[in-house]
Design a protein around this ligand. Structure first.
Ligand code: CAA
Length: 258
């Protein structure tokens, strides 16, 4: 399918979505988030895709929601057609593993979309921020909820209340990103991680993602019970049989359900 604001390609079992609206630093306008939703739905349906990378340009992953579009909205129009629930959340709802590869600005909705991914690999140039307070609003696509879960209350309050940008190294120390790499290596390193993930059993990877995400929604006892039940159910899969047999036979596993 042809898109106007994103580019989509596949490399082996990895799908790559590149936000591509350079004139507005990849600001997340309705057209872009609708295209993103469609591209994710296509990758979700595609049996040959085991992991997705979401990335932007060297200068900007995304500089936030499109402020010029938002400026036109009022309470009723936002309430009736909630773009965050209708299209943005497709990133959070995506069931296969998805990695954000972030270079440059990841601000406002850009930071929020990156946080909806399973993890973030950042280039040394990445800058994260929730500057909505400078616009007379607060984060509206999960920033006040996902950021404190990622970096704790102190830094989340600091970022949301001052609107300051957090550089990549600080983001790594705070736990917002899993790794920081030189800018020129960002896509290669992320592709290597995505290819590794895509070589595993897809249903097991999906259940693993679901279980880790559960940690943010359930109490410990409930979460551990959920994990145990899912773990037990994995013993009904051919991939568990194959994975353990391959270890015993000292050979590589050939997962059937990739
Ligand atoms: N929406 C719409 N257009 C944007 C944009 C945004 N979020 N961010 C940048 N642009 C546009 C600029 O208007 C400019 O367009 P023109 O050339 O037509 O004027 C172009 O992108 C380049 O931007 P700058 O000239 O500002 O580039 P810069 O390098 O000087 O500054 C920047 C970069 C610091 C990221 C600055 O662009 C900026 O502060 N952007 C806004 C960041 C922001 O406030 N994000 C939060 C948005 S609200 C939100 O996301 C709500 C939510 O929670 C979902």
């Amino acid at each position: 399918m042809a898109y106007n604001t994103i580019q989509v390609k596949t490399e082996g079992r990895v799908g790559v979505i590149t936000l591509d609206r350079p004139s507005a630093l990849n600001a997340l306008c309705d057209e872009l988030t609708n295209e993103l939703k469609d591209a994710l739905a296509a990758f979700e349906r595609d049996e040959d895709i085991g992991c997705v990378i979401l990335t932007g340009s060297a200068k900007a992953f995304a500089a936030g929601a499109d402020i010029k579009e938002l400026q036109e909205k009022d309470f009723i129009s936002l309430y009736k057609h909630d773009p965050f629930a209708e299209s943005w959340e497709s990133v959070a709802r995506f069931r296969k593993p998805i990695i954000a590869a972030v270079s440059g600005y990841a601000l406002g909705g850009g930071c929020e979309i990156a946080m909806m991914c399973d993890f973030i690999i950042a280039s040394e140039t990445a800058k994260f921020g929730q500057p909505e307070i400078n616009l007379g609003v607060m984060p509206g696509a999960g920033g006040t909820q996902r950021l404190p879960r990622a970096v704790g209350k102190a830094k989340a309050m600091d970022m949301c209340l001052t609107g300051r940008m957090m550089p990549a190294k600080e983001a790594e120390r705070a736990g917002l990103v899993s790794r920081v790499v030189p800018a020129e290596e960002l896509l290669d390193v992320t592709m290597e991680a995505a290819t590794t993930i895509a070589s595993k059993s897809l249903p097991i990877a999906m259940m693993t993602k679901e279980a880790v995400n559960t940690a943010f929604e359930m109490g410990l006892a409930e979460g551990v019970r959920f994990e145990r039940r899912v773990f037990q159910s994995q013993f009904a899969t051919e991939d568990q049989t194959e994975g353990m047999a391959a270890f015993a036979d000292k050979r590589a596993a050939h997962f059937k359900h990739r």
